[in-house]
Ligand binder design. Structure first.
Ligand code: ATP
Length: 757
């Protein structure tokens, strides 16, 4: 290793034509620059207040005790601040490393190749800058010397350099964009994998309260992280090379004027550190500001997407005034924040520019001019024409000899002036490039802190998605729910414990043993539900609104956690159809086979003729005639409510699951078609679990589950006997008419029996 380093030093010496002591001096100067950046500038980090942005994260530390919210681990305010504020701190470094591991998965990936190429071009660009600085010095020298031939020669070189320079610059930009896209692709792939693992997309919105706006994080935040990281790589690497090589070249140049190698760099570093300390006092909270900006942008996007999703309803209601005012207010919040950011940045950028552009350049000019100003020898003033003859040593009595002596002195003075001009122009160019490099490094600190805001949002999203896919949720519960019946939710810290057991049924039965129905807000809708269903036993579920009918389906499908008891369900055998069916992006065939793909359909050996038969069963053959199976349309808008519901039934017939969970899914279908659909489903061997308020469907079921709306339920066989019982109950209730409860039950019985009041 030491031999490699010494060889490198030798090469650098040769390349830059300096000796080892000059090189060491230059390295000291570069180190001082680096020190000023690495040590002094980060002091700018300020402690910041908790804001809305991190409230979510702080909230998760709320513990429920005696019905009141209480801090979980009693974290001190300072600790909580440190944990949550996006800034250049250990937390950011950990989060950033996590993202880097995703963006660069191994040493032999394409990203490493791109980064290596980018680094090479950045390095070449720095060499070119030094060469150009020298060239410009030489050009000025030949202008001062009035040597047009040499001037043209140098100018030609200057133009020749432009070709590789433009190529290198373009390659730097091209590779930066390629790296950004590559990083983004890796992050997006990773996030999508997590987002769709174990229905995390549902869980993070319904069961977990930590991600305020997942869509914003998945799109804008990921893009910003990728672009900023790629940009910062160049923004940090290139100035590093610039500083190092400029320092070496500058040291070489200063050394050629026999000047001190320590004073100059010491003065420059002192000024840099001093300016960094001044900037520290006025530095805005960049990390926090960009995180807040992303949050507000996310909210605006959310309001927009709600209008798009519900445009028809809004149009029917004529709700544009309300929607417009909500959009406006969401935008105003964002605009106000941006304005605040601009104002805060204005003063900081002004001071930053003043210090970096003028104070540093001024200092640089002083440092490079010192070797000239303090050097021994005649000044330009001393060599003014009128003084020249006066100061001439009398070498000869012969006037022609005296005149040639004057010319020689003139020439040598002109030479020294041009040499000094050459030195100064080159040094100034090198210094400008060097100071620009330090300026870029300093301003990249600002970018790093801004990156911390986006990194925190993306890294937090990954954590939450990972946890949600493993069934770990954090939701703010400000109040502990009361005990309901014989069931009480157990809490560990601030989070409820899902103690229930989920068992895969081997004999295709559905068994619930004392399973409570608990909402994501920890409301116990039903404290304990027990029932057994075998294939072929069709269940009708009834009860008042909000009693937990759909929630039972969510539990059976595994969307909601089970807080107690045991649930036995067959694997991948349930197919849920909601009241408002979901239409997927794609053609008509995609609507029927969803969530299968066309490849799945081919693998299952299902043909378009089969699909046509299914469409006939649900009375939708006219859609096939009209639009064919391959036309891509916006099916949510094109199909009517009833057509959409029938399309969902077509989906059921395509998949032929063991169990169908039908949640009022035929409410918009005419009664005759509905009956035909139910008969067909049963003929296909599908066991039905139906939530409906339509008495006409009663006859298709063998069992009934009746919720009373206050936690109790009845599970019976639904047969002639049962109907008789219901009739008896109705008759006895009719005698007790009066109370609201009785009237409600009577309505229910009427619905079940299919009778009028
Ligand atoms: N995502 C959720 N987060 C919190 N609470 C919820 C959620 N979904 C439903 N609930 C609550 O759970 C309770 C039961 O809702 P559910 O949808 O099961 O009612 P339902 O019996 O199907 O009613 P309906 O006949 O009106 O459809 C309701 O009080 C509802 O407010």
């Amino acid at each position: 290793m030491p031999t490699v380093v010494s060889k490198l030093l030798e090469r650098s010496e040769q390349a830059l034509n300096v000796n080892r002591s000059v090189l060491s001096g230059a390295v000291v100067a570069a180190a001082l620059f680096a020190y000023s950046y690495k040590v002094a500038y980060p002091l700018i980090v300020r402690r910041e207040n908790v804001t809305n942005f991190n409230n979510n994260l702080v909230k998760k530390n709320v513990q429920i005790q005696n019905g009141l919210a209480k801090p979980k681990h009693a974290l001190s305010k300072r600790q909580r601040l440190r944990n949550t504020i996006p800034a250049l701190n250990l937390q950011f470094i950990m989060q950033f490393i996590k993202l880097v591991r995703i963006m660069i998965p191994n040493l032999f990936c394409a990203e490493i190749g791109l980064l290596s190429g980018h680094t090479t071009f950045l390095f070449l660009r720095t060499f070119l800058s030094i060469y150009v600085a020298n060239l410009e010095g030489a050009i000025v020298k030949y202008i001062v010397r009035k040597e047009p031939k040499n001037f043209i020669k140098q100018l030609m070189k200057w133009f020749a350099v432009a070709i590789p320079a433009t190529f290198i610059n373009s390659m730097i930009k091209y590779l930066e964009s390629k790296i950004a896209l590559s990083f983004r692709t890796r992050l997006v792939d990773h996030s999508y994998k997590l987002y769709f693992k174990n229905q995390s997309y549902y869980r993070v919105t319904v069961l977990d309260g930590r991600l305020d706006n997942c869509a914003q994080r998945l799109t804008d935040d990921i893009e910003t992280v990728a672009v900023t990281v790629s940009h910062l790589y160049g923004q940090i690497t290139k100035p590093m090379f610039d500083i190092l090589l400029m320092a070496i070249a500058l040291a070489n140049l200063v050394k050629s004027r026999n000047a001190n190698l320590i004073t100059g760099p010491a003065i420059i570093s002192g000024v840099v550190i001093f300016s960094a300390l001044i900037l520290k006092l006025v530095s805005p909270r960049f990390g926090q500001l960009v995180a807040q900006e992303a949050e507000k942008k996310g909210y605006l996007r959310h309001v927009h997407s709600r209008i798009v999703a519900n445009s028809e309803e809004i149009a029917f209601y004529g709700g544009h005034k309300v929607e417009q005012s909500q959009l406006r207010s969401a935008f105003r919040i964002l605009a106000q924040h941006l304005e605040h950011m601009f104002n805060v940045k204005l003063w900081f950028v002004m001071l930053e520019q003043f210090l970096m552009k003028y104070v540093w350049s001024g200092t640089g000019m002083i440092v490079v001019s010192l070797p000239i100003l303090l050097a021994a020898g005649p000044s330009v003033k001393d060599t003014a024409p009128e003084n020249k003859l006066m100061n001439l040593p009398i070498l000869s009595e012969d006037p022609s000899v005296a005149l040639s002596s004057v010319r020689m002195v003139e020439d040598s003075n002109q030479d020294s002036v041009s040499e000094r001009t050459h030195y100064f122009t080159t040094a100034k160019n090198l210094l400008i490039t060097g100071s620009n490099a330090v300026e870029r490094l300093m301003s990249s600190y600002k970018d790093i802190v801004e990156l911390a805001g986006h990194t925190a949002r993306v890294a937090n999203m990954f954590t939450v998605l990972e946890e949600a896919s493993r069934g770990i949720y954090h939701k703010t519960l400000v109040e502990k729910k009361e005990r309901c019946g014989n069931f009480e939710i157990e809490f560990k810290g601030d989070q409820p414990v899902a103690k229930g057991k989920l068992i895969v049924s081997t004999n295709n039965e559905i068994i619930l043993k004392e399973v409570p129905i608990v909402t994501p807000n920890c409301d116990v809708v039903c404290p304990s539900l027990s029932l057994e269903l075998k294939p072929g036993q069709h269940l009708l579920i009834t009860g008042p609104n909000g009693c937990g009918k759909s929630s039972l389906f969510r539990i059976l499908s595994g969307l909601w956690p089970i807080y107690g008891g045991e649930l036995h369900t067959p694997k991948n055998s349930m197919f849920y159809i909601p009241q408002r069916p979901y239409m997927v992006i794609g053609n008509l065939r995609d609507q029927i086979i969803y969530p299968d793909t066309s490849t799945d359909m081919i693998n299952k050996q299902i043909t378009e003729d089969d699909l046509r038969k299914i469409m006939r069963l649900v009375h939708l053959e006219h859609i096939v005639e009209r639009d064919t199976f391959h036309q891509v349309k916006d099916w949510t808008d094109i199909l009517s409510g009833g057509e959409k519901q029938r399309m969902a039934i077509a989906r059921l017939f395509y998949h032929k699951p063991k169990y169908a969970l039908l949640d009022e899914c035929t409410s918009a279908v005419s009664i005759d078609v509905e009956s035909f659909i139910y008969e067909t489903a049963i003929d296909m061997g599908i066991t039905l679990l139906t939530i409906t308020h339509r008495p006409t469907l009663w006859k298709f079921h063998t069992h009934i589950l009746q919720f009373d709306g206050v936690g109790a339920w009845k599970f019976n066989e639904l047969n002639a006997n049962n109907r008789l019982n219901l009739k008896k109950e109705k008759e006895s209730l009719l005698k007790r008419c009066g109370s609201e409860e009785v009237t409600q039950r009577l309505n229910e019985l009427n619905k079940l029996l299919g009778e009028d009041n």
